[in-house]
Design a protein around this ligand. Structure first.
Ligand code: ATP
Ligand code: MG
Length: 397
């Protein structure tokens, strides 16, 4: 008898011939995530992953907490693995769930019999276990519609499993099943949310940040690193590229039309990000833009920005209101960091009257007034790199 965790696969259960591929990526991701917590046996059957600790000292609450952030799992619960006999099911359920049953007013029992050789059929298991629970907890009553507690018994090939508290997992698709993408991360609210959303669809995220010292401070960069660390809870370790952008911004200010500063800066950011993508074999860019949010995110501005791109730019926040983005930021735990008051390079040299309806021709012409190529090369050479891991940052901000 031991406690294990059952993880139900979500959408990947529907993936037909690719299913096994998706499942093995998920198992690999889970294995990587649990490594620091101890040794586990991972076994999959019928769209469920059975996570069994191989050491009795493992803290199963910590394991649950880790698994709750793994994309590809829709539901998870702790379960007791017991001997496959009706007698064990009856006595062990009572022991394992005694506190939960004592706290509840209503309950129901569900049974799943994968092993058709098991002598009791599902309705019989429910009837026997239901009667035993009522006898032991006379204050309880059965409610099949919305019970306080649903006791589930699963009879599998080798063992039986008892569980009662399924919680929602992170959903989505396993990281790595949708390729690699480069997130342009600022210190704002939107870009960490954008990274989370794409990672949820299975994209393995790297991140690039542009800084403009001395106009932006060391702390501003540390704040962004902390945001990357916070989303790493979901996205896994993040390769973080930090590009020195001051010279390029100064050159834009000194050579390009003022009302086009921001758009030209954006185009150059995307140009540099693309070159890092090519080097790192990422096939798309990801930004936190939301249509119409600011002057540089109008339809015309987005069209002018995209014109500088050779690869797709995914903007998962494009159709979200700020309030919706904030809601997700709070849910994933990045909001409090995002609102810390540090400067971003985008707010250095902002034009007084940015053009909200620029045309591609005028932006191209404005950008062509200066040869940025040598500076782009230099910025790439000076780009720093580090791996950001969840739980490693303890900087005071
Ligand atoms: P956010 O909350 O993500 O900062 P925002 O509303 O402040 O978004 P902008 O500052 O216009 O919007 O930036 C739009 C997008 O451009 C950001 O979501 C991010 O993807 C990218 N971006 C902006 N500044 C930087 C930066 N310094 N480094 C990397 N990417 C950036
Ligand atoms: Mg910003």
């Amino acid at each position: 008898m031991r406690e294990i965790i059952l993880c139900k696969f979500g959408e990947i259960a529907l993936k037909g011939l690719n299913k096994s591929n998706f499942e093995s990526v998920l198992v690999k991701n889970v294995r990587r995530r649990l490594k620091r917590l101890g040794e586990f046996d991972l076994h999959r059957a019928q769209s469920t992953l059975y996570v069994s600790p191989l050491d009795s000292n493992i803290d199963m609450d910590e394991v649950m907490d880790e698994l709750m952030h793994v994309f590809g799992i829709v539901k998870l619960c702790k379960a007791l693995e017991v001997e496959k006999s009706m007698e064990s099911v009856l006595t062990d359920t009572m022991d394992y769930l005694s506190f939960a049953l004592a706290d509840a007013r209503t309950f129901k029992v569900e049974a799943k019999r994968a092993d058709k050789q098991f002598p009791c059929k599902s309705p019989e298991i429910c009837a026997q276990l239901g009667a035993a629970i009522l006898e032991r907890f006379p204050g309880l009553s059965v409610d099949v519609k919305s019970p306080d507690i649903t006791v589930t018994v699963e009879i599998r090939e080798t063992n039986a499993f008892i569980n009662a508290h399924k919680i929602n997992g992170a959903g989505g698709l396993p990281i790595g099943t949708s390729g690699r993408g480069m997130l342009l991360i600022s210190g704002g609210i939107d870009s960490p949310v954008a990274g989370y959303m794409m990672a949820k669809r299975g994209v393995h995220i790297q991140a690039v940040h542009f800084e403009a010292p001395p106009y932006t401070s060391e702390r501003a960069r540390l704040k962004v690193e902390r945001l990357a660390e916070e989303i790493a809870l979901y996205c896994g370790d993040i390769a973080f590229h930090c590009v020195p952008f001051t010279d390029i911004q100064v050159a834009i200010r000194d050579n390009c039309p003022e009302e086009l500063f921001t758009i030209i800066m954006r185009r150059l950011m995307l140009e540099i990000a693309q070159r890092i993508c090519e080097r790192e074999k990422c096939s798309c860019l990801i930004t936190g833009e939301s249509l119409g949010q600011v002057a540089s995110q109008t339809m015309n501005a987005v069209v002018c920005t995209d014109e500088a791109c050779r690869m797709p730019v995914f903007r998962p926040c494009i159709g979200l209101d700020k309030a919706e983005i904030v809601e997700t930021a709070r849910k994933i735990g990045t909001f409090d960091t995002s609102v810390l008051p540090y400067e971003d390079c985008c707010t250095v040299f902002t034009p007084k009257h940015p053009k909200t309806r620029p045309t591609v021709e005028e932006v191209r012409e404005g950008q062509a007034r200066f040869d940025f190529e040598p500076m782009i090369k230099e910025a790439l050479e000076k780009t720093s790199f580090k791996i950001i891991r969840c739980g490693e940052n303890n900087v005071d901000l």
